[in-house]
Design a protein around this ligand. Structure first.
Ligand SMILES: *Cc1c(COP(=O)(O)O)cnc(C)c1O
Length: 374
């Protein structure tokens, strides 16, 4: 079945008792164990609503299995630590979500897990960073906040040639715009707080992959405790039914806004993989279904006063909601980075990151125009 059908139907629990059309929500944290083969408990990630939403997520990413978590970071850390232990080494793209960057810097050194940040998008540079102790290659594409694109197939091939596990944070693209397992990536992670949830009202995470790899993530995750409760599983399931509709509308709005911003004299550069001016435009076309709904731009004027002039687009942390939001990476996601480091990566003082929503695109342009004109 195609994605829009899977969004609605995959993993759905049948309401045998009353014939209701939606999955019943089983909020129990205590389950009978004598009559069942497996002990069910929320932290074991095996209750009916956890399983059902995980099954939908696996279907959407084209994976054998999936797990849901209480946040994106719980999913990412459970996945990473399922493959890495003291003495091991990780090769990781430098342009990743600030929280993941922070977690590696703060936790991995303490645990005796080594890592090398790769500043380049060239796969040869990832290869150079591999050591005998390397176990995992970790990437995020398109990246935050400059929407850089990395070759999924080349990374997956490099990992499998060298006997390593490849992992990607697929939050920005969502499975609507990019399905990394198709290219051979082993584990796909999401902050489901963003597009998968899509309404800025829940915090969750997800991991998808082969049954064997997901079983290893499961075994670690049980000990870290980051489980998702039944009510939020149900909320996530409801949100996923409209994922394809929402993200397609957001993506089409984003492309139109990116093209329009490129023509505005108040703006220096627009970063969006769907623009021909983007350095990896061709690669994005090959590995993405469409370029997604996140874009960034360098404003010639002051970014803070510009954000305050916006009336419809909200300055807000987080992304991927049905409402358009904007952030200044130097003040939010990359605030902890030193000035030097930001310069090295290319994050300017007046860089703005826009998460485009499902509003009418003309209303969004009108709002941006009045804030730019002023
Ligand atoms: C938000 C985000 C995360 C972290 O997810 P939480 O749900 O906040 O734990 C990870 N990766 C990316 C790309 C994100 O945007």
């Amino acid at each position: 079945m195609k994605l829009s059908t899977l969004c609605v139907h995959a993993g759905q629990l049948k309401d045998e008792k009353y014939g209701g059309m939606v999955s019943p929500v089983y909020i129990s944290s205590a389950f009978d164990y004598l009559g069942y083969a497996e002990n069910q408990y929320p932290r074991y990630n095996n209750t009916p609503n956890q399983r059902s939403v995980a099954q939908k997520l696996a279907a959407l990413e084209g994976a054998e299995a999936a797990l849901v978590y209480g946040s994106g970071m719980a999913a990412i850390m459970s996945a990473l630590l399922s493959q890495l232990k003291t003495g091991d080494h990780l090769v990781v793209q430098n342009d990743i979500y600030g929280g993941t960057h922070h977690a590696l810097s703060k936790e991995f050194s303490r645990l005796g897990i080594q890592y090398t940040f790769v500043y380049s998008l060239e796969v040869a540079e990832f290869e150079k960073a591999i050591r005998p102790e390397t176990k995992v290659i970790y990437i995020e594409t398109p990246s935050n906040p400059l929407l850089k694109v990395i070759d999924l197939k080349a990374i997956a091939d490099l990992a499998s040639d060298r006997g390593l596990i490849s992992m990607i944070d697929n939050t920005f693209a969502s499975p609507v715009n990019q399905q990394p397992h198709e290219f051979g990536i082993d584990l796909v992670m999401h902050s489901a707080t963003k597009y998968l949830g899509g309404h800025s009202d829940l915090c969750a995470g997800a991991v998808t992959g082969s049954a064997a790899l997901i079983s290893a993530v499961h075994d670690r995750g049980v000990n870290f405790g980051g489980s998702l409760n039944a009510r939020d599983c149900s909320l996530l399931e409801r949100s996923l039914k409209t994922l394809n509709l929402r993200v397609r509308q957001q993506t089409s709005n984003a492309l139109e806004i990116a093209r329009w911003l490129e023509g505005r004299p108040e703006i220096d550069s627009v970063y969006y993989p769907g623009l021909e001016s983007h350095p990896q435009y061709q690669l994005a076309r090959e590995q993405m279904k469409a370029a997604g709904a996140m874009l960034s731009f360098d404003l010639k004027g002051d970014a803070t006063s510009f954000q305050k002039r916006l009336k419809l687009i909200q300055p807000a942390i987080s992304l991927g909601g049905v409402e358009s939001t904007i952030t200044s990476p130097v003040k939010t996601s990359h605030a902890k980075m030193s000035d030097e480091e930001r310069q090295r990566v290319g994050i300017g003082e007046n860089l703005l990151r826009l998460s485009v929503g499902i509003e009418d695109v003309d209303d969004l342009k009108t709002d941006l125009a009045q804030a730019l004109d002023a």
